[in-house]
Design a protein around this ligand. Structure first.
Ligand code: THU
Length: 131
């Protein structure tokens, strides 16, 4: 699966987002160490603090099927119904991704003008928390 295929998967699942409160839909698609694809979208709740981010959904699907490492994760987000824009993971999701990352893990997003950005977790979460 190419990076473009992975971003397409993130954009596709973004359409499933349940985001009536923020109006901001997010899709995440990841490839694990077994080459398997897992996707997730954000799921909001009337009790606002119960929001589940797209990345959390994709990671949960990966763990549920036995995956342990994220090779590449693509994230696409933006106002619902509008074109996706570069949507780097929020702070909490950076820590979530970090849990299942190694030095080679890539986080990829695309700008409005379709310019690629690829990050390592060391770039997104320097001096990260470890037990
Ligand atoms: N959101 C995600 O799904 N992932 C992120 O990394 C950033 C934020 C969601 C949460 C909420 O439903 C909406 O985007 C606006 O914050």
């Amino acid at each position: 699966m190419t990076d473009d295929d992975l971003l397409d998967a993130a954009r596709k699942v973004r359409d499933q987002a349940h985001c009536p409160y923020s109006g901001f839909s997010v899709g995440a698609a990841l490839i694990d160490e077994n080459g398997n694809l897992h996707v997730g979208c954000n799921v909001e709740n009337a009790a606002y603090s119960n929001v589940s981010c797209a990345e959390a959904g994709a990671i949960s699907a990966m763990v549920s099927s036995g995956g342990t490492r994220i090779v590449t994760i693509a994230v696409a987000g933006g106002s619902k119904g509008e074109k996706s824009r570069a949507c780097t993971p929020c702070g909490g999701c950076r820590q979530r991704i970090h849990e299942f990352s190694d030095a080679k893990t890539r986080v990829i997003v695309k700008d409005d003008d379709e310019t690629w950005h690829s990050y390592t977790m060391a770039e997104l979460l320097p001096s990260s928390f470890h037990l």
